[in-house]
Design a protein around this ligand. Sequence first.
Ligand code: AKG
Ligand code: FE2
Length: 389
Amino acid sequence: MAGKVNMDDLQHLPAQVGVSDAAFEIKSNTVASKSCPEFTPEAYPPLPSNLETVQLPIISIDDLATPFPDKDSTLRLFEACKSPGIFYLKPPAKMSHERDNLVARATEWITKLEPAFHLPVEKKRKYNFIDSTRIFGYKEVGATVVDDVGTGDTSEFWNISKNELLKKQSLPSVHSTMAGRYPDIIEDNSSSLVDFMQDCHLLCMTILSAIEQELGVRHELQMKHEFSDTSGDHVRLARGPARVGQEIEIQTPAHTDFGTVTLLFNWLGGLQWRDPADLKWKWVAPKPDHLLVNLGDAACIFTGGLCKAPVHRVVPAPGAQGSYPRYSLGYFLRPGDKVILNRLCAPTIPQGLPMPGTGVTAERWIAIKAEGLGIGRQVLEDTNSRGQG
Ligand SMILES: O=C(O)CCC(=O)C(=O)O
Ligand SMILES: [Fe+2]
């Protein structure tokens, strides 16, 4: 069955170690109803009080988003990027043009776009990823492999491409005559989604700017991530089902993010970070009014391994929270498609062994990683054009 791993098999999967028993305390009277809307953050119960969660650094963007941020703030951010490579970030209370802060807007986006998940599966399949090089559109349950026997994941995604929405904005008349790339509920909101992406991108640039300052490089990192560049940048809406049983159900298997910076908004537990010190999975608790920042492979390569790309995965939320379907939203910042993943030239960047992905374009790296996760296999199997990636 998609995404199911028997508890007895856990030894075979190094990814499974260290999960606290508190995760599996589900009381039968807390089974989620199938009511809609499913995304009801105000109703979520707390995480189990005995759950061990990892203490991640907490950074406030107000300290960084000035033309001359103080040295302590940029250093604290850089230290968090070096270890563990994942941290909480408090966004500014108001963004440009008096828009609300990003956490409030991410909450509104999930609320508004949740119906895209409730379309009949045949309808959603019309928007399946084209292949593993173009992972925009719909990823259905089971399309990603969670172990070496080919078990599928349990989550579904809508990956909404920044460039596809930008193209639609610049060529509205052409697009109005074309079949929609996304369901109407997404297409109809594309212009305000672009505004949201632009503010997410800006926040990522603030993070890159702080890293540049600490490395003593000018704008080399930001230049590889122009908003107008064709790239893998996208908003990902994800839905994972409520916990079904006692087994570990993998919503998203162990991975590092492919790109440079991920802004992650989640409201229920279920995200786990693999501690490199003991290889145990540690729960990452959502922090009210904060988002999570997670660095990816490209950040690691550009900085010669100084920045870390943490290994993480998603399982149903622990305890009573596991009774709720889990929604999350990510903004994935990736280098321009044609950018070659190489370390920056600066005396501060270590000259070590090349890391996986070094020397290939960002576009190719996305395809290599997506194939490794089995993404696109349903399309490929359906068309019988190629074996599983
Ligand atoms: O849903 C989450 O909390 C994390 C999702 C994630 O890691 C991903 O989509 O890359
Ligand atoms: Fe991720």
